[in-house]
Design a protein around this ligand. Structure first.
Ligand SMILES: Cc1cc2nc3c(=O)[nH]c(=O)nc-3n(C[C@H](O)[C@H](O)[C@H](O)COP(=O)(O)OP(=O)(O)OC[C@H]3O[C@@H](n4cnc5c(N)ncnc54)[C@H](O)[C@@H]3O)c2cc1C
Length: 465
């Protein structure tokens, strides 16, 4: 990659925000006097020349999308400044080592590997990928601590098959609805199971899932790496200059460029690519001046954030006779369905996933209570002895994380146009990019990466025009 002309960290490019006066602030009255496209183009050209930017493009957020955007901008010969609120890069792709054995607190699987850029990146970096199913040590489904009988397991499969058939019918009709609505006429027991069918995929409850958005998501081979997806993203991003611990709290795009506010001062750029999660935009974590256009605000409203949540336990001692990567499913309550992977790749861990309002409620209780809850679930399935085997625990609650405010984007029923609307540039100088604008690749690292590249190319085209 072409090195950025900017050095990592603060320095040139940061200066007190109070000194910043975008050009349009000085000449609002003249705009009314000018009419027609030619005049507007002249004015735009003039403001572009007069706006003194420190850098061509400010990129906000050093997750997969932001890193990919920066690499692309550099290869296209544009200067950039990448800022990241956290003290690390990778965003929601993060391999956590705090329990002494690594687990992916966020992204783990390289989805649709046949067209996912991370398949090639892993190869370049010498990271081995293998089919996700090859690592599975088998499945057990439990209700109230007891394994499900053959008949009950059959009923679950019947529910999931019926759900899939119904989703295909909705897709064929082209009329969007929520997952809950789509299965509303099922027998009550099948309906409850079907409503939870996407809970551990999207991290959201059936009422807030758009069927058409779900149906357009790309599928394909799922691969994983034993080293961690987060570690792979961090390794790829290592060469990209970034200012860590820099949170953007406001963006002024009223002038000929963009002025971002941070605690360390303002950053002036000709354009900005914002890769912060939709959850951050929805929460008002960044104030925009002027307010974003109705089209963009409506798009943000149309995309919610799921609450897929991971909880990891460090285990000690005897392994209950379980094979590496055995999956225990606690299906006692459909809305609280929890999948627990035991001893992933032989590591002394149990890593659980849950989602929706149940996960939101858990997250609100805090880490200690959540770890205790999961310990209780394990004890119900494996026996009271399990309590003694838990040495430590970790809650990865993206829902309560101020820099993500959710796991990933889920279109609201009837709002599948929102992803494309959010991806449309604002005022020729603001781009929103990330997993939420990833189209069929939405919700994934691969989709975020492609979206970051697309935004960088479009931005470069405009700036060079
Ligand atoms: C539990 C979980 C499991 C997942 N599993 C998978 C999986 O198996 N496979 C898969 O492909 N994907 C998975 N995902 C989704 C995947 O992690 C995301 O889609 C992807 O990482 C998003 O990348 P991004 O660049 O769009 O956003 P992010 O990675 O969130 O990057 C955005 C960055 O912006 C920063 N930021 C936020 N606000 C500000 C601010 N105001 N100023 C400066 N910086 C800011 C954030 O700190 C963050 O680093 C999972 C996610 C979760 C939470």
């Amino acid at each position: 990659m072409t090195p950025s002309p900017l050095a990592p960290g603060d320095g040139p490019g940061i200066f007190p925000s109070m000194t910043v006066t975008p050009f349009f602030h000085q000449a609002p009255s003249r705009r009314g006097a000018l009419g027609g496209g030619v005049a507007a183009a002249m004015l735009l050209g003039m403001t572009r020349r007069l706006f003194a930017a420190d850098v061509d493009v400010l990129v906000v957020g050093a997750g997969a999308a932001g890193l990919a955007a920066c690499r692309e901008l550099a290869s296209l010969g544009l200067s950039f400044r990448l800022v990241e609120a956290r003290g690390r890069i990778g965003g929601r792709a993060y391999t956590d080592r705090s329990l002494g054995a690594a687990f992916d607190a966020g992204a783990e699987i390289v989805h649709f590997a046949d067209r996912n850029p991370w398949t090639g990146i892993a190869r370049e970096l010498g990271t081995a990928l293998e089919p996700a199913e090859a690592r599975s040590g088998g499945w057990q489904v439990h209700v109230e601590g007891r394994p499900l009988g053959v008949q009950a397991r059959g009923r679950r499969w019947q529910a999931f098959r019926a759900m899939e058939a119904r989703l295909s019918e909705v897709e064929a009709s082209g009329v969007d609805m929520s997952l809950a609505e789509a299965v509303a006429d099922f027998d009550p027991d099948l309906r409850d199971i079907a409503r939870s069918g996407l809970l551990l995929v999207l991290g959201e409850d059936g009422e807030r899932i758009s069927v058409l958005d779900n149906q357009r998501l790309w599928s394909g081979p799922d691969l994983t790496t034993r080293d961690g997806y987060g570690a792979l993203v961090a390794a790829w991003g290592r060469g990209v200059p970034v200012s860590l611990g820099v949170e953007v709290t406001a963006v002024d795009w009223s002038g000929g460029g963009v002025v971002a506010t941070t605690a360390g001062g303002g950053i002036r750029a000709r354009a900005a690519i914002l890769t912060v999660p939709v959850g951050v935009l929805r929460s008002g974590g960044i104030a925009f001046t002027p307010a974003l256009p109705e089209d963009t605000r409506s798009a943000i409203e149309g995309i919610g954030m799921g609450a897929l949540t991971k909880i990891a336990l460090r285990l000690e001692g005897d392994r209950f006779g379980l094979a590496d990567s055995t999956t225990l499913m606690d299906a006692t309550r459909s809305e609280a369905m929890t999948m627990i992977e035991m001893y992933p790749d032989g590591k002394p861990l149990a890593v659980a996933i849950c989602g929706g309002d149940f996960a939101r409620g858990l997250a609100a209780q805090g880490e200690a209570a959540v770890v205790d809850h999961l310990t209780g679930q394990l004890a119900a399935i494996l026996g009271a002895e399990a309590r003694k085997r838990v040495a430590a625990g970790k809650l990865a609650s993206w829902w309560s994380d101020p820099f993500s405010r959710g796991a990933y984007s889920v279109c609201r029923p009837g709002r599948i146009e929102a992803r494309e609307a959010l991806a449309r540039p604002v005022g020729g100088r603001l781009w929103f990019a990330g997993e939420a604008t990833g189209g069929g690749g939405a919700m994934t690292v691969g989709g975020a990466t492609l979206a970051g590249i697309d935004a960088a190319r479009d931005c470069a085209r405009r700036l060079k025009a």
